[in-house]
Design a protein around this ligand. Structure first.
Ligand SMILES: Nc1ncnc2c1ncn2[C@@H]1O[C@H](COP(=O)(O)O)[C@@H](OP(=O)(O)O)[C@H]1O
Ligand SMILES: [Mg+2]
Length: 705
């Protein structure tokens, strides 16, 4: 049995690509960079057995479009690059697995993308991408492979073909003739060449920019790797069955006993630091157990294991963690998990905010020009991870603000790396909220997977978690108020709300100030730790008629009695003259002039409290202010995650929240608050609320909204 080895080659970062969601696309979206690879091979792999199997191709050709790089058959391997694939984004990780020597098992020329993937089980490819590789940066290619001939080739048509030394399959090439044509000019392996009566041209040198292998090595290969050679011959003896659907053939498919799996993994160097759990990335091969590829490859090859995370907590078992939020009620279990998720995620957001303020971190922008930071993605990943952990075996539907688009493509490389690091840095401390950290740091693939769980559409039936990972991003970036808002919608109704407000101080007096002043003041006169100077988490369950507040976990604390929730309730003010109203800081998000007109009509004398984020709902719920109004420009569609948690908390604390027509907000229509009448009005009580709704009706038509 030939050994599997893991070869790490320095790889010049030079392109980008994304791994398609469809596994069958994966191969053709796989960017490896030939020119860099070529250089790497020259430098590092010339003396390895790999050199024997390289196609004698001029360097110039290697750097352009058609070239081969053998990936297996040898205890080292490589991948392929085609310049045109450079725009396809980069795999943050490419993992390639093959079990069995044949691809579809039908001779040399099998066509069609279905040759790769789950249908035959011959090639199982799975993955997810999104990290770009930056031009000019050094990267590392990690390849593990074993004794099966396998090659990659870019073709003129823009397709990528995989070819096995015992046969070939094409990806994206529909025409058998095309494949044949390409195969004619291709070298599969020395053994293949021998079989074709064309063993010449393989000389072990780099003369004229060629890498070539002497014939002796070819036969040597055949002798010492009889397994592979045998399988090649077997295949070559029964050609011509190509063209049949791999699916049709599935029941006939039998992996060849002597052939080892081949795995090709490409991990950018910085991501190698985060050694991922690859088990679910590889998938099943014909019903067999998933293979832990890298582990296996490392074991077989006896190579240095992936870098250890020396700071990762070890030996921590879930049952050793005693501190957990104790929540009663119909949704007690969900509430406990939601509190854990929000408390933990706020640790991440707080770190990121500090870094932003120290300029160690910077914000990016989304397509719609709104800001986004590591924290938006990081919090979403952490919350998604906690919920997944807490409800294992149950389907998780999550409607969340972020997707992973911004983590893909050229511009996403750096950000995605920072997100992965921030997530692991946070999960490492999961035990402070009573959850065992993952056994090892999450890989980028998993982090993206957790973020992507937030793409659910919601709707009138079933349970949907609703998350705004960082509400009030502008406030967040400015070092001011923001909220991590998580709610549960059950059959269209919000039944649970958790609002993490890391900068929302216990002292109401500070609320109206820019957080910067608050921080300054804290430096001058450090607060008594029993005062919740550092933020709070507000919670409520539907129907309880009560809302709660607990201090935010801070600086490595764990849950303790001090974190026990305390009940909060809305203000009892009924006279508008004594009432204070909150509104967004940004005029763009709500018309200040319209609310000023309303305030005037109603006789509201206090200055408005302008606060970023859903912290405004928190302020109403705990009686810091009496009214929250938001009147966005006509045409703006409010999102459910911007309100779900806050609305429930205010209602359960005794307040009233409706649209400007006096109707309840409808969380059952998907990701948007469909049918919202003009704006949103949250109030501490019914009488004040009625007055506001009447005032809106009186002045709306004359407004400029
Ligand atoms: N043009 C607009 N009109 C109204 N709301 C808007 C808006 N653009 C963005 N928002 C929403 O207002 C939220 C911020 O609220 P506030 O202004 O009260 O701090 C944003 O949440 P994110 O910061 O999570 O994107 C966003 O959802
Ligand atoms: Mg928001």
């Amino acid at each position: 049995m030939a050994t599997t080895s893991l070869l790490r080659l320095p790889l010049h970062r030079g392109g980008s690509g994304s791994i398609g969601e469809d596994r069958r696309q994966l191969c053709s979206n796989r960017p490896v960079f030939s020119d860099a690879l070529w250089a790497a091979l020259r430098r590092d792999a010339l003396n390895s057995p790999l050199a024997r199997f390289m196609k004698p191709t001029p360097v110039v050709a290697m750097a352009s479009s058609r070239h081969w790089v053998p990936s297996a058959s040898v205890p080292s391997a490589v991948g392929l690059i085609d310049d045109r694939f450079r725009n396809w984004g980069t795999a943050r990780r490419i993992l390639y697995g093959v079990r069995g020597a044949r691809s579809g098992g039908r001779g040399r020329c099998c066509t069609g993308t279905s040759n790769v993937g789950h249908e035959t089980g011959a090639n199982r490819v799975k993955g997810e991408g999104g990290v770009e590789i930056k031009q000019g940066e050094e990267d590392e290619l990690v390849v593990s492979s074993s004794a099966l001939g396998k090659f990659w080739q870019g073709t003129e048509g823009g397709a990528v073909r995989e070819a096995h030394d015992n046969g070939a399959s094409s990806l994206g090439l529909q025409n058998v003739n095309d494949v044949e044509k390409d195969l004619d000019s291709a070298v599969f392996s020395p053994a293949d060449r021998v079989a074709q009566g064309n063993p010449g041209g393989l000389r072990h040198s780099f003369e004229d920019g060629r890498i070539s292998v002497p014939e002796e090595q070819v036969s040597q290969y055949a002798d010492s790797n009889g397994v592979v050679h045998d399988s090649i011959e077997t295949e070559l003896q029964s050609p011509g069955s190509g063209g049949a659907s791999p699916k049709d053939n599935r029941s006939d498919y039998k992996p060849q006993a002597k052939v080892e799996p081949v795995f090709l993994e490409v991990i950018p160097e910085d991501l190698v630091r985060i050694h991922p759990d690859l088990s679910d990335t590889v998938g099943l091969f014909d019903g067999q157990q998933p293979l832990r590829v890298v582990e296996q490859a490392q074991k077989e090859a006896d190579v240095e294991p992936a870098k250890e995370w020396d700071w990762w907590p070890s030996g921590l078992q879930e049952d050793q963690i005693k501190i957990k939020p104790d929540v009663q009620g119909k949704y007690g279990r969900e509430m406990a998990a939601a509190i854990q998720a929000v408390q933990l995620a706020c640790m991440l957001s707080q770190r990121v905010q500090e870094r932003l303020l120290r300029h160690e971190e910077k914000a990016g922008s989304k397509k719609d020009k709104s800001l986004i930071t590591v924290a938006d993605w990081g919090v979403q990943a952490v919350v998604s991870w906690v919920l997944t952990q807490s409800f294992q075996g149950e389907e998780l539907s999550m409607v969340a603000e972020e997707d992973t688009k911004g983590l893909r493509g050229q511009s996403g490389v750096d950000m995605s790396q920072r997100v992965v690091n921030a997530v692991n840095e946070c999960l490492c401390e999961a035990s402070v909220v009573g959850i065992a950290p993952p056994k090892q740091p999450l890989g980028s693939y998993e982090v993206l997977k957790f973020i992507n769980k937030g793409t659910a559409l919601g709707g009138p039936t079933g349970r949907h978690w609703v998350l705004d990972p960082v509400d009030g991003t502008l406030g967040f970036v400015r070092g001011d108020q923001y909220a991590v808002a998580l709610a549960l919608v059950d059959d269209g109704e919000v039944v649970l709300g958790v609002l993490g407000c890391p900068n929302f101080p216990m002292r109401t007096a500070w609320l109206g100030y820019h957080h910067r002043y608050y921080r300054l003041a804290m430096q001058i006169a450090p607060p008594d730790p029993s005062l919740w100077h550092r933020g709070c988490v507000m919670t409520a369950q539907k129907g309880e008629g009560r809302a709660w507040m607990q201090p935010m976990i801070f600086n490595g604390e764990t849950f303790n009695e001090f974190h026990a929730p305390r009940e909060v309730s809305v203000s009892s003010v009924v006279d508008p003259a004594d009432a204070t109203f909150c509104e967004p800081v940004e005029k763009a998000n709500s018309s200040h002039s319209f609310t000023a007109g309303l305030a005037d009509t109603l006789g509201l004398r206090n200055e408005p409290l302008r606060v970023y984020s859903m912290a405004k709902y928190a302020a109403i719920a705990r009686g810091d202010a009496e009214i929250f109004m938001k009147f966005a420009k006509a045409g703006y569609k409010e999102k459910i995650w911007d309100h779900a948690a806050g609305v429930l908390i205010v209602q359960e604390a005794g307040g009233v929240v409706t649209d400007a027509g006096g109707r309840p907000l409808d969380f059952s229509k998907g990701r948007f608050l469909e049918g919202l009448d003009r704006g949103i009005v949250a109030c501490c009580g019914k009488s004040l609320h009625n007055k506001i709704i009447a005032a809106v009706d009186a002045s709306y038509n004359s407004s400029t909204l």
